[in-house]
Design a protein around this ligand. Structure first.
Ligand SMILES: N=c1c2ncn([C@@H]3O[C@H](COP(=O)(O)OP(=O)(O)OP(=O)(O)O)[C@@H](O)[C@H]3O)c2ncn1[C@@H]1O[C@H](COP(=O)(O)O)[C@@H](O)[C@H]1O
Length: 215
């Protein structure tokens, strides 16, 4: 069992959490699949307790001065996958599965943006960042991009590269060459992401499949 699940299942030592003088602790909520930051909100002792009991997020609304069950009215619930806190216990990081589409503050899907014509990927994992750049090349082609050339060449070229890169991984493993294995797997992952982008399949859907298989 993963460490993350242990924290939520064994119940966080709630008395360890340090609240500010209003009795609140900040909670950053991120997508459990790719780490995209969804929102920041405040919790008090009671909302944290309810979050742990129901495994759905509950916050403290400072403007309404009441408990707030995220998604209770919209149906966009955040199902808690893990709940962690920092070294001095005054900030929470909650990984959630978004039920009923996007479950953040605004409902906007775009948590990445463009600056000076360049995509700025979300501060997520390396594969998600690379996938964001590849999708950006697909949607906003640039002149000297290998990715654009590959995408323009179509399925046959992309699939040929996938086959070649797979064979190179096999050969590197056969040679038991650690550095070559890492390098060839990097090539294979890159070309796999290009194939996903070409077929308009989201990397998150792959992550979801992997999560469903997790034991
Ligand atoms: N991660 C990669 C990446 N990994 C591998 N490759 C390319 O994949 C190719 C590997 O194929 P080969 O080793 O067979 O080399 P090749 O003989 O040049 O390939 P062919 O001409 O035969 O197709 C090389 O050209 C590499 O440069 C990559 N090209 C781009 N990226 C990333 O993709 C993003 C977009 O990059 P551009 O496409 O350059 O804009 C950037 O973040 C890049 O860092």
């Amino acid at each position: 069992m993963s460490v993350d699940r242990e924290i939520i299942n064994q119940a966080i030592p709630i008395e360890k959490i340090r609240y500010d003088d209003r009795g609140l602790v900040p909670a950053i909520v991120q997508d459990y699949l790719d780490g995209t930051i969804l929102m920041m909100a405040w919790m008090n002792r009671e909302s944290l307790q309810k979050t742990l009991e129901t495994k759905e997020t509950w916050f403290w609304s400072r403007s309404r001065a009441e408990l707030w069950h995220k998604g209770a009215t919209s149906g966009h619930i955040q199902k808690v996958r893990s709940l962690r806190y920092d070294c001095d216990s005054d900030a929470l990081l909650i990984s959630v599965e978004q039920i009923g589409d996007v479950a953040c503050h605004t409902g906007e899907r775009s948590c990445f943006h463009r600056v000076d014509g360049q995509v700025v990927p979300p501060p997520a994992d390396t594969l998600s960042q690379l996938f964001a750049v590849i999708c950006d090349r697909r949607d906003y082609p640039t002149e000297d991009s290998y990715t654009c050339k590959l995408l323009n060449s179509g399925d046959n070229k992309i699939l040929k590269k996938l086959g070649e890169e797979t064979a190179e991984v096999v050969m590197a493993c056969k040679d038991d060459d650690s550095s070559a294995i890492a390098s060839e797997v990097a090539d294979l992952l890159y070309h796999t992401l290009v194939a996903l982008a070409h077929h308009k399949v989201e990397l998150k859907d792959v992550y979801r499949k992997l999560q469903e298989r997790r034991r």
